[in-house]
Design a protein around this ligand. Structure first.
Ligand SMILES: Nc1ncnc2c1ncn2[C@@H]1O[C@H](COP(=O)(O)OP(=O)(O)O)[C@@H](O)[C@H]1O
Ligand SMILES: CC(=O)OP(=O)(O)O
Ligand SMILES: [Mg+2]
Length: 393
């Protein structure tokens, strides 16, 4: 029988559970981890779907068992959980104790769509394998290095400090993984490379990474700020909220739902999937075109802003569902930015692929890259390093 080198990674979203079982036996900084199984349980809490994240995890466990990879296996070393909000308390991967779990529960008001699902995943995994180390890997952790000038909102300091109001940033495992992978693609040491990472999935965020250290990011107190997303508005004048309260008579919860669930691409054109928007644009659909234009305009603003924040930019990297797959978004976001040293290669940009690749012209001062993200592998590495790797000495 082999040693316990498997890590189960759970990535609970607001209505889905993604899981992967990864064997870390041969893993090093450059790869070697082996994906044994992966799956997704979708439509959690929706008609026709499973009831909650607890049931989703039991279903995932059943699917693994059918493949001969049951969670009762002695090869399983630890469970790694994506936890979206770590607040100021959790800035490193953390072994989950009762006290840590209580700390994650305290952060629910800052991430009401995300942290409750993560907490259910932790509780059910502990029930299934109480003997195993469980590790929380926080979306916010990579952004803990933000300088105060970038992390502070310009509001009354006492109020901000009392209520923990500051920029936390999210998608940190993705920004960390992709910025390192970009340096590797360029054949350079991450410590010497400045990268703007554009993580464009359902949730979307940009970050500015200087020498491997995050110095700015577009998401804020919650994952609502910044870029236009599938269903979230991203940046807007905070007075929009007061206006909707006073003039439209909407409640705080109504506005929360509006901005998180009925805005972004969906709010602008009725579709939140960039593939469908592309099809509609090809048919001359004006609403779809406007949604695309607003999305891209916001992206360009952040590219410009983070170019100024970094001073010297070595690479701009696209990742996640839209970033990895939409040549149209990449092309439009970076068109005509020669003054910033960016020249795309339209042919390279149009080629589909699954490997990290360059899509800029050879004479572009700033490299433009597409790098598939792998949040699960990053979480598995953090989990294994903390809980399961053979200790020296
Ligand atoms: N071929 C494609 N072309 C354009 N957009 C795509 C394509 N495939 C996926 N997407 C976009 O990626 C989004 C999902 O991204 P993903 O990173 O998987 O999201 P998340 O992990 O946040 O759920 C979809 O909503 C869709 O807009
Ligand atoms: C933090 C966040 O926005 O996550 P997701 O993209 O999974 O919704
Ligand atoms: Mg994602």
């Amino acid at each position: 029988m082999g040693a316990a080198t498997w890590v189960l990674v759970l990535n609970s979203g607001s209505s889905s559970l993604k899981y992967q079982l990864i064997d870390m036996a041969g893993a090093d900084a450059d790869g070697g981890a082996e994906r044994l199984a992966s799956g997704i349980v979708e439509r959690i809490g929706e008609p026709g779907g499973v009831a909650d994240h607890g049931e989703a995890l039991r279903r995932a466990a059943g699917e693994l068992k059918e493949q001969g990879l049951g969670l009762d296996s002695p090869r399983l070393a630890a469970v790694g959980h994506r936890v979206v909000h770590g607040g100021t308390r959790f800035t490193e991967p953390t072994l989950i104790t009762d006290d840590v779990l209580a700390g994650i529960e305290d952060l629910v008001p800052l991430a009401p769509l995300h942290n409750p699902a993560n907490i259910t995943g932790i509780k059910v995994a502990r029930e299934l394998r109480p003997d195993l180390p469980q590790v929380a890997v926080f979306d916010t952790a990579f952004h803990a290095t933000l300088p105060e000038a970038a992390a502070r909102y310009a509001i009354d300091t006492a109020t901000a400090d009392r209520y923990g109001i500051r920029r936390y940033g999210f998608h940190g495992t993705s920004h960390a993984y992709v910025s390192r992978a970009t340096a590797k693609l360029l054949g350079r040491d991450p410590a010497d490379v400045n990268v703007i990472v554009l993580h464009l999935g359902n949730g979307a965020s940009a970050s500015a990474v200087r020498g491997g250290v995050c110095v700015d990011t577009s998401m804020g107190l919650t994952p609502l700020e910044g870029l236009v997303m599938g269903t979230r508005s991203g940046d807007l004048d905070p007075a929009v909220v007061f206006h909707l309260e006073r003039v439209a008579g909407m409640s705080t919860d109504d506005i929360d739902r509006l901005l998180n669930k009925r805005s972004g691409l969906l709010g602008l054109c009725g579709d939140n999937d960039m593939r469908e928007i592309g099809r509609r644009m090809a048919e001359g659909d004006k609403a779809a075109q406007l949604a695309f234009d607003v999305y891209v305009h916001r992206l360009r603003r952040y590219v410009g802003a983070f170019s100024a924040v970094l001073g010297r930019v070595d690479a701009i990297t696209f990742t996640a569902g839209v970033g990895e797959n939409s040549a149209a978004v990449r092309g439009a976001a970076l068109a005509g930015l020669h003054n910033l040293g960016v020249t795309m290669d339209p042919v390279r940009n149009a080629v589909r692929g699954h490997a990290p690749r360059l899509v800029s012209a050879d004479d572009s001062r700033v490299a433009v890259a597409v790098v598939p993200t792998d949040e699960e592998l990053e979480i598995a590495r953090d989990t294994y390093a903390l809980a399961a790797a053979p200790q020296d000495g």
